[in-house]
Design a binder for this molecule. Structure first.
Ligand code: PLP
Length: 863
């Protein structure tokens, strides 16, 4: 029979053990080894059996054991020490406290998913893991940040396989009472509520759970509250489940409800209000609409001024170079939810629709695009690797017509990973010993790790992965209907001394899960090589609606089921953070073969590198940036080939060849003492060269410097007096209206004629019409530099000209000089841009005036 209500009864800890409660409720334990050891000491067997979940541990440990511990002096001393360490961690000054007052006083970080621990299953993949690592890093660095997300009652899904290798999804209930979450309450003890209006007079209400991630609170909105109608209760049922309208409701709750939850949290706790709002991908983009509404309805601003002030403090991070991966709704659906009886007087629905409109070449006029709205609601935006920066600027160039892609307001901050979460303790200890100090900055010190110790540690970790994989494999086979008697072979599946290749990812098509199967016989030979075999550990989930992804998983499973090779290749179901940890710490090689350039960044290879694994990867995402020829291998990618089948064949062949000729040879090349010296050299080089780069602390510091601090400055400038926002909005309006009257009329240059020499210069005179604008409103620039065969300027430098004369009403002459600081073909052109001290980028308004062609000139042909 089924229960009609469900509770999780929490244990009452004996008084001396009370600090355990504190330690359990702060998720810092997920990355603090001493706290984990303390939990293990409560009941080592249960700690393992319950998957390292301290809340379950405490609810299942026997009262006798608790009584025993309350009288155990050494345990109590350790408990007190660990609790004191947590309190110190939560209050002491850290890196952020060394920054000046320009750094934001509070940052809000919105994301549809957060991967903090396998015990808090609120993530599907890389986006969520990144968000979790962002929060943990903010905490370690002492940054004032509040996370905002949703609490999904069934998380993403748990994966298992049928006998036939087909993915099955399970949705075990995630009971907030059984998680390290606290309900946010009003001072009078009633649970705090936020609600979001829906069409037809309905309200979508939510309660707010707070997860404490070290110093950082994470607010999770949960719509399963009694006052909601059943349909509204289900809004936060599943991550990325349901249809389009369901997703829209989730995003309305996340964005609009999220801002309201933040306000409520700050009011109740006295935390400072955020100055900067960061949205991790477009899903939370409606947060900007709510902030505009606040400024209009509570601050008395008009929509345009409110838009400026909102943009000033907003950062949008784009994550997908796959156009199909972008969140889009029909305009009608958006109009229905933000217009009619649910319209907000300060935020007219036409204005909302305009923010998400694909009103550029190639856009679809029927759709509302969350990424496009993201760019329009954020004055600053970024991609997540250097290559992804290029790809994103090309992908969204239509939003800023007339500008060179290099000038578009999309910068990049390459992702990083949170080392305390992802580095095996054994590796961290080796490094600490080599450093001889707690100075984590000293990466050269890894040179001092002896080969033998490094190799021994890698073997220990590989053996641990093998044990873990056998266990999961057994569980998987039992779930697929096998009997114990048939599973004897699993005791010998995988080998702790064989070169171990890890391969795990979500299964969208660009990740090419089955590329390695292109030539099955060749792969088999690699697996079964008598002297230099490899073994493969594979994991990954396909989205429940992605039938072709499930088919790919089935292909891998069928291949791996073959008795001839099943001891060398395994597919482990239910890829989650625990499995990811085992894989990245235990493998020797991390394999990644996406279709370039669709991997925006990728972070699992970074986790592996931090554990001394070598990457074998297509040069995509982060690997394109940091592969240096010595820290792993690049699979040559056949970028120019349009036929996808042929491209896969070529890239797979290159992968096999790398594995056959280089990777395996080097791994099995042993000296007299049995050590692979050259392999270990590469491992050490990987740790030393990539160690400092792939860290989330490097990433977070870059966000602070490039995005958060400038956004706080812009936001303060406009918030100090709303007049600034009104003035900026009015100025933009005036410039837009007047722009059709802005022209370059005529350009003159006098200079060296055909004998230009390095160090020489030419005088440039530009005659412009500014219509109703004045010289303070614009920047007249000369762009000069090398030109290619078709007179395109290559990475030109820019010089602003000075107005010299107003020779007619609205017409001005500008003068300046171009210096020839290089030999060979050079050229220049001129342009007019809007100019205002509060613009963050010259392309911000998407307005520019160029001279009529032909305007290029080459050296020796100075007209
Ligand atoms: C790190 C991690 C990811 C991200 O993987 P990439 O394929 O490198 O983007 C996804 N899922 C889990 C569980 C992870 O730990």
């Amino acid at each position: 029979m089924r229960a009609i209500r469900r509770f999780t009864v929490r244990p009452v800890l004996p008084e001396p053990l009370a600090p355990l409660g504190e330690l359990v409720m702060n998720l810092r334990w997920t990355w603090d080894a001493p706290t984990q050891d303390l939990f293990a000491a409560v009941d080592a067997e249960k700690w393992e059996a319950l998957g390292h979940d301290p809340i379950r541990l405490l609810s299942e440990v026997s009262p006798e054991r608790l009584a025993e511990l309350s009288a155990d002096r050494s345990f109590l001393a350790r408990l007190e020490e660990t609790a004191a360490d947590l309190r110190e961690y939560l209050t002491g000054d850290r890196w952020y406290q060394t920054l000046g007052p320009q750094a934001p006083r509070q940052i809000a970080y919105f994301s549809p998913e957060f991967g903090i621990s396998a015990a808090l299953p609120q993530y599907s993949g890389g986006l969520g893991i990144l968000a979790g690592d962002h929060l943990k890093t903010a905490s370690d660095l002492g940054a004032p940040l509040i996370g905002v997300g949703l609490l999904y009652r069934y998380g993403y899904f748990r994966q298992s396989l049928t006998a036939d290798g087909w993915q099955l999804e399970h949705y075990p209930i995630v009971d907030p009472q059984a998680l390290p979450l606290t309900l946010l309450r009003e001072p009078d003890g009633t649970p705090a509520r936020v609600s979001v209006g829906l069409p037809g007079g309905r309200q979508l209400a939510a309660r707010i759970w707070v997860a404490q991630v070290g110093r950082v609170p994470l607010l999770l909105l949960d719509s399963s509250v009694e006052e909601n109608a059943p349909a509204e209760r289900d809004v936060t049922d599943r991550l990325y489940g349901g249809g389009t309208e369901h997703r829209l409701l989730q995003e309305m709750l996340l964005g609009i409800g999220g801002v309201r939850a933040l306000r409520t949290y700050c009011r109740i706790t006295g935390a400072p209000q955020p100055e900067v709002f960061h949205t991790n991908e477009g899903h939370a983009g409606f947060l900007g609409l709510e902030r505009i509404r606040e400024y209009v309805e509570e601050g008395g601003l008009d929509f345009d001024a409110a838009l400026e002030i909102t943009r000033a403090g907003t950062i949008f991070t784009t994550h997908t170079p796959v156009p199909a991966g972008i969140d889009r709704f029909t305009r009608d659906l958006v109009a229905q939810h933000f217009g009619g009886d649910n319209a907000s007087p300060g935020v007219p629905v036409e204005r909302i629709l305009a923010l998400g409109a694909e009103d550029y070449e190639g856009g679809d006029p029927a759709l509302f695009n969350m990424a496009v709205m993201g760019f329009r609601l954020a004055q600053r935006a970024n991609a997540v690797s250097t290559l992804h920066g290029h790809v994103s600027r090309a992908m969204f160039a239509g939003l800023w017509p007339g500008f060179d892609q290099s000038e578009l307001p999309i910068t990049h901050v390459t992702n990083g990973v949170h080392a305390p979460t992802w580095v095996a303790r054994e590796i961290a200890e080796l490094e600490a010993k080599a450093r001889g100090s707690a100075d984590v900055g000293a990466w050269e010190a890894v040179d001092a790790i002896p080969d033998a110790a490094l190799w021994e540690t890698k073997r220990t970790l590989r053996a641990r992965l093998v044990r873990f994989a056998r266990q999961r494999l057994r569980e998987s086979w039992l779930a697929r209907g096998a009997t114990e008697a048939e599973l004897g072979w699993i005791d010998n599946a995988l080998d702790p001394d064989v070169l171990t290749v890890g391969f795990a990812r979500r299964v969208p098509s660009y990740k090419r899960l089955t590329l390695m199967l292109s030539d099955r016989e060749r792969l088999k030979r690699l697996l079964l090589d008598p002297e230099r075999p490899i073994q493969l550990v594979i994991a990954g989930k396909a989205h429940p609606a992605d039938e072709s992804g499930k088919k790919l998983i089935q292909e891998i499973v069928w291949f791996a089921d073959d008795p001839e090779i099943r001891h060398r290749i395994v597919f482990l179901p239910d890829y989650d953070m625990d499995l990811a940890y085992q894989l990245v710490t235990g493998c020797d090689v991390w394999l990644n073969n996406p279709l370039r350039p669709y991997e925006a960044c990728g972070t699992s290879g970074m986790k592996a590198a931090l554990n001394g694994a070598l990457n074998v990867s297509i040069r995509d995402g982060w690997w394109d940036e940091w592969f240096d020829g010595e820290n792993g291998w690049a699979i040559p990618s056949a970028d120019g080939i349009d036929d996808p089948w042929r491209r896969d064949q070529l890239e797979a062949a290159a992968l096999y060849e790398l594995l056959e000729e280089q990777v395996t040879r080097r791994f099995y090349d042993r000296d007299a003492s049995g050590l692979p010296r050259r392999w270990l050299e590469m491992v050490r080089h990987t740790l030393r060269s990539l160690g400092p780069k792939v860290l989330a602390s490097r990433m977070f510091a870059e966000y602070v410097e490039k995005l958060y601090t400038p956004a706080a400055a812009s936001s303060r400038a406009l918030n100090a007096s709303f007049d600034g926002a009104r003035e900026l909005a009015a100025w933009k309006q005036r410039v837009r209206e007047a722009w059709s009257g802005v022209r370059v009329d005529h350009v003159e240059s006098s200079g060296p004629g055909d004998g230009a020499e390095v160090g020489g210069s030419a005088t440039v005179r530009v005659y412009v019409s500014l219509g109703t604008l004045s010289p303070e409103d614009v920047d007249v620039q000369v762009l000069h530099g090398r030109v290619d065969d078709s007179d395109e300027l290559q990475e030109p430098s820019t010089t602003s000209l000075k107005p010299a004369e107003a020779y007619e009403a609205g017409r001005y002459r500008y003068d300046g000089e171009v210096r020839f600081d290089r030999t060979g073909p050079v050229g220049y052109t001129v342009r007019i841009l809007p100019s205002h001290p509060l613009l963050a980028s010259p392309a911000e308004l998407g307005l520019v005036a160029w001279p009529p062609p032909p305007h290029a000139m080459t050296n020796g042909d100075l007209r």
